[in-house]
Design a protein around this ligand. Sequence first.
Ligand SMILES: Nc1ncnc2c1ncn2[C@@H]1O[C@H](COP(=O)(O)OP(=O)(O)OP(=O)(O)O)[C@@H](O)[C@H]1O
Ligand SMILES: [Mg+2]
Length: 616
Amino acid sequence: MEDIKEAEIGKILKVAGPLVIAEKMSGAFMQELVKVGWDKSVGEIIKLDKDTAAIQCYEDTSGLTIGDPILRTKAALSVELGPGILTTIYDGIQRPLEVIYNGIKARNPAEAPYVPKGVEVPCLDRSKHWEYNPAKGVKIGDHVTGGQIYGIVHENSMFKEHRMMVPPHAKGTIVEMAPYGNYNIETPILTLEYEGIQTKYNMFQKWPVRKPRPCADKLAGNKPLLTGQRVLDALYPSVLGGTCCIPGAFGCGKTCISQALSKYSNSDGIIYVGCGERGNEMAEVLAEFPDLKIEVDGKLVGVMERTCLVANTSNMPVAAREASIYTGITLAEYFRDMGYNMSMMADSTSRWAEALREISGRLAEMPAEQGYPAYMPSRLAEFYERAGRVVCLGSPHREGSVSIVGAVSPPGGDFTDPVTTSTLNIVQVFWGLDKALAQRKHFPSVDWTRSYSKYKDQLASYFDDAFDGFNSRKEKFFYILQEEGVLNETVRLVGKDSLSEDQKIVLAIAQYIKDEFLQQNAFSDHDYTCPLWKTNGMMRIIAHMYDCCQKAVAESDKDSKMTLDIIKTALSEEFHEMTQMKFKIPKEALRESTLEYFDNLCNQIDTKFRNLKAKM
Ligand SMILES: Nc1ncnc2c1ncn2[C@@H]1O[C@H](COP(=O)(O)OP(=O)(O)OP(=O)(O)O)[C@@H](O)[C@H]1O
Ligand SMILES: [Mg+2]
């Protein structure tokens, strides 16, 4: 540090866990990135008071002592945005973990699994060459502004177009443009001139993580985020650009749902942030994702090609949880700006709130409910506000979206905890997980009585256009499930015999809805995902069976009374078939034959009822 001016170096005054108090810091600014101690660990200034600064440290602070130097960087915590983000696994401050691992292994194999303090590696690979194509219609002499697409980089076989954009606040006249070729990300490929000053741009740009990337306009979502989970797609759908939260107690399946979404949802790209959860869960993701293939246009491609993982497990420094959330959302916004639909999963936001609580406690701030800082809800809100469907900056005209799915793990599954309640005030979709269901092995354990989606009306026309009668079936399911709750209460009080036939039908069909439709085993070959056409087919059969049963009972006369038992005996085969529908393999190639199967089953039910009626 000899070559640095003394004025730019502060001194450690106090170390308290992840918090470092430094003196001689006058001139530093809020949220400035600093290098702490001789190891140059990364930290961020979160409070300034006269010439002292409070720094939250993103790396382990053990070994730091009073008087150790603090080096200012005069820049905010930023991420590098460019080709190579997808398929990479980063830590909370965008350091590529694999590169670090390989680097250390080469030097000293014994140290390999540990990330040393203050390790400095570039976020994006500088040596790799990418195939670059100038965008059609953009030429020298054009006046361009932020967001203008001027080139395309072939990222990988799934994410084919990584669009090169003029950084948001830049503008000028194009004076130089690189031709087609293979370039590394540091090669200048565009030169703009504005008021006589020429600026060169290469394939990557930097952006401070705490600042939302600008867009031209915000729009309401109008297309569903299809998750491949029947209960979510049919009953509580979110939109592309929506905000969802999954609160659930320990072991209820939050991680399973977020992972299923990352694998099979209809997003163009996924940023999966493992924030403060157990290392094993992240290890599972790291082990599983690279081998996973999904079907796109009939071809199998690796899921990782559209995924970026940000790993920050519970044993990593707590302050970095916050950084990992911001890093994740900024990466998602960058791809959104290209005109893609991105999803960001954060598992779990409770761990981030806990990190805020820890730092706030160490700063001796006034605590609010349960010790969380008073600004915790607004921090959550700021984060979720970065979701949405937008008109991107610059030309050509394009729309993109960021959907956020945040897992929340309230202690003891108590949904009145401050993180859950504050999150619920913000998000539009609530997928509440129920402990009792999880204990009964009803997965996904989404509680159909408490969950909700506020995008129902926005999506109604989409679903009805895609599948005629979808919404009325959905309403029927809601009605049956709701009635079942009421009827179960009656049964508990006065017994099953008191029920009328139509009520018995409600109970019987509700059972099929719960066992066959709502349950979906994420680890099976037939139910790991469920495309909308299969979801609709299954709904159609169950709803049709319900209608036919109710009709038969309503139309029967007093002398020859139709009962559920009679129907069940006559249609035993069809009732059995309702338990087999979910075993249809959800492959696009089998779509036609599966739809035909549903048609036939529907006709078979009609025929059987006609015969039954004739017999009575
Ligand atoms: N959709 C599903 N299909 C089959 N099994 C499931 C499903 N969801 C959850 N499970 C089972 O529940 C277990 C716990 O799920 P998961 O790890 O997702 O819970 P969690 O809510 O993330 O828990 P924690 O709070 O401990 O992180 C899984 O290991 C799996 O056995
Ligand atoms: Mg989990």
